[in-house]
Design a protein around this ligand. Sequence first.
Ligand code: IPD
Ligand code: CA
Ligand code: CA
Length: 272
Amino acid sequence: MKKAFSGIDIAARFEHAKDVIREAGKRAMEYYEGDAADLAIETKTNALDMVSIADKNVEAIIRDRIGDAFPEDGFLGEEMGIEKGDNDCLWVIDPIDGTACFVNQMPTWCISVALMIGKEAVIGLIYHPCGDELFSAIKGEGAKVNGEPMHASTAKLVSDGMMGIGMSHRVPSSEIVPVIGQLLDEEGMFIRNGSCALMMAYVSAGRLIGYYEPHINPWDCMAGIVLVIEAGGWCNDFLDLPDVLDAGGPILAAGPNVARHLAKMTGVTHPG
Ligand code: IPD
Ligand code: CA
Ligand code: CA
């Protein structure tokens, strides 16, 4: 890694970002545990696509704290958009993933921070404040949860575990209903907890056998991609999709033994 990206100290960025994401989590928890009426919720398009003052302020904390330490780095965040840097580093941030849960007092929300260098995702951090779990990975160095190594599921059949499913109103229901139908027909089961990032963290920890969403944005899944791959799982080539940082695309993350089958089920490209 160090040779491939000479001049960029990935380890220093990783250590700093771990502190920052925990600090951001503390601030988000203050909002979560505070008076919900104070949250100043804005609806973006409908009741499931919302943004609160917490989302905006938490993203500002992350950008400020990382920007203070690495002023030459760029940012892409859900709430504040893109700000190019003076080097190849791009921090991809979802300050609160699972906002609909967050504002409705359900604990399945998290903070997702990833570092891309050029076209590669090299750091993945997902912090779940309500469970106090930090999922972390650097490309090529394995994945950890709260400092302990973690591994993707080795399930062989979809009936051997639970599958995470994500869905938004950005795509028609016809893109997910047949997938759920086939999963159930094969005696599999699904869960949708409201946070793509948290479900991808759970794939990397082997708690879910996979995660599929027909359309996702880069800030939702970038950290999860690093975590899943470093945990020995498989992800589709999300970063190779055309115009993906602007337009997003489908995401499939899975344990290695069910990846090919799930790719066939979801229509996602798999080399096997
Ligand atoms: C959403 C969550 C949800 C996923 C949606 C995302 P937000 O992000 O990740 O699980 O299904 O596609 O937009 O709005 O909570 O940050
Ligand atoms: Ca999100
Ligand atoms: Ca968000």
